[in-house]
Design a protein around this ligand. Structure first.
Ligand SMILES: [Zn+2]
Length: 170
């Protein structure tokens, strides 16, 4: 396995809509290796989710593991969020593509998501809490959306100033 470079804001590739994955490609060793490399990259970072566009692959798949012991790896290929609860949940979010910046974002507390697993098998999951927050954040990446887009203009400009400062410091 190998670590993949994570692209960072404001890389324009983070703003593109990723393409559907052809399920026939899932069986290819190259696709499976890319998933393994993404897990290694996410665990090393460390992060709880990583979408393919963040490693500059403009395709609709992503990985998630919100467990404490980092032992519940989930793969979502061509995910679609079918339902969102009316109940909301606020969470202090961060993003491996916007390192060092955290801000509260409010999203649906519960969701129903459909996707293919890494072997191309379709599944539906109903989840809530941190896992639902994380899945919504990662699906946004597949649509070129970032968590800072949810902030008020003032909070966003403060976050981006802080990012510039952090980068200057190296
Ligand atoms: Zn992110």
């Amino acid at each position: 396995m190998s670590l993949l470079p994570i692209i960072e804001y404001p890389d324009p590739h983070l703003r593109e809509r990723a393409a559907e994955v052809d399920p026939a490609l899932l069986a290819q060793p190259a696709f499976q290796k890319r998933l393994d490399d993404m897990f290694e990259t996410m665990y090393e970072a460390p992060g709880i989710g990583l979408a393919a566009p963040q490693v500059d692959v403009l395709e609709r798949f992503m990985i998630v593991d919100v467990s404490e012991e980092r032992g519940q790896p989930l793969v979502f290929v061509n995910p679609v969020i079918r339902k969102r609860s009316e109940a909301l949940r606020a969470h202090q979010e961060g993003c491996l593509s916007i390192p060092g910046i955290y801000a509260e974002v409010t999203r649906a507390d519960g969701i129903e998501v459909e996707a293919l697993d890494r072997h191309g098998k379709a599944f539906t999951m109903r989840v809530d809490g941190l896992l639902a927050t994380c899945i919504q954040h990662e699906v946004d990446h597949l649509d070129g959306k970032l968590f800072i887009d949810y902030l008020s203009p003032l909070k966003r400009s403060m976050a981006l100033k802080k990012l510039a400062k952090l980068r200057k410091r190296g």
